[in-house]
Design a protein around this ligand. Structure first.
Ligand code: SF4
Length: 256
């Protein structure tokens, strides 16, 4: 669902700005719902995003917050320049969060984002989903091997050594058939060691071709609530192109 949303949760008072994106350059993840809201029309992407960013700026003026996340159902670097430019006043001096596929995250791209936006802190969220490569590449088809996970883990340390105010967080997917609860617990342990933050996201099936959901035990729920930086159980407002999904339970789509 596109638009501007306010949250007050474990990450504090924050604004989440969901923009329209172009189709993701990877576009192969087996569980991805974002194609439902992407557009190949440049004018549509630009016009929708102008409207949403203007609304976000009005919201910030009305009630300022220190943390702003911008998502576009793909990678931040795939946004049109018109949107990139208009986001500057939202990011400046704030904790500014974006999503990227791992291949967009390099020392040069981090330096360029910090230089351009001048955030207090830049948080880059990357959807590694699981620490198990066979699940990530076999079941999920993420196209982000373990080597990328370790590259980004090192990169965040190197960036900080250069004085860049940068953090790299990852998403952790749970509640899907084929991703055991044991693997989720182990992924959480590995991710906490490799990254600056972990956001656990409950899977929700949006299309018939998507993998099946799985129930979540109270034990896993409580572990995630205790140990993850945020658990996205999904809320009723997370609707992709009018679809609430096929599974019982709630959605989690604040992710790429
Ligand atoms: S889940 Fe993210 S990386 Fe995968 S195809 Fe969808 S937008 Fe692209």
């Amino acid at each position: 669902m596109l638009g501007v949303f306010r949250y007050n949760d474990k990450l504090g008072r924050r604004l989440v700005v969901i923009l329209r994106g172009f189709p993701c350059s990877w576009g192969k993840c087996t569980f991805c719902p974002f194609a439902l809201e992407q557009s190949t029309s440049t004018s549509r992407v630009i016009e929708d995003n102008r409207r949403i960013i203007a609304e976000a700026l009005r919201e910030l003026e009305r009630d300022p917050v220190e943390r702003v996340a911008v998502f576009n159902g793909g990678s931040f670097h795939e946004l049109p320049y018109d949107s990139v430019e208009r986001l500057r006043p939202l990011a400046r001096g704030r904790i500014f969060e974006v999503e990227e596929r791992s291949e967009f995250v390099t020392m040069n791209s981090l330096e360029a984002l910090v230089e351009y936006y001048r955030p207090r802190r830049l948080v880059v969220r990357v959807g590694f989903e699981t620490a198990f490569e066979e699940i990530r590449e076999g079941l999920l088809r993420k196209g982000m091997p373990d080597s990328e996970m370790h590259r980004l883990s090192r990169l965040r340390l190197e960036a900080r050594e250069r004085g860049l105010p940068v953090e790299i967080w990852t998403y952790l997917l749970f509640g899907m058939k084929g991703i055991s609860e044991e693997s989720v617990a182990e992924s959480l342990r590995v991710f906490k060691r490799l990254f600056d933050g972990v956001i656990a996201v409950r899977y929700r099936k949006y299309l018939p071709s998507h993998p099946e959901p799985a129930p979540v035990s109270p034990e896993l729920a409580s572990l995630l609530e205790r140990e993850a930086d945020l658990v996205d159980w999904g809320e009723e407002q997370w609707v992709i192109a009018g679809r609430r999904g096929y599974a019982p339970g709630r959605s989690g789509v604040e992710r790429s």
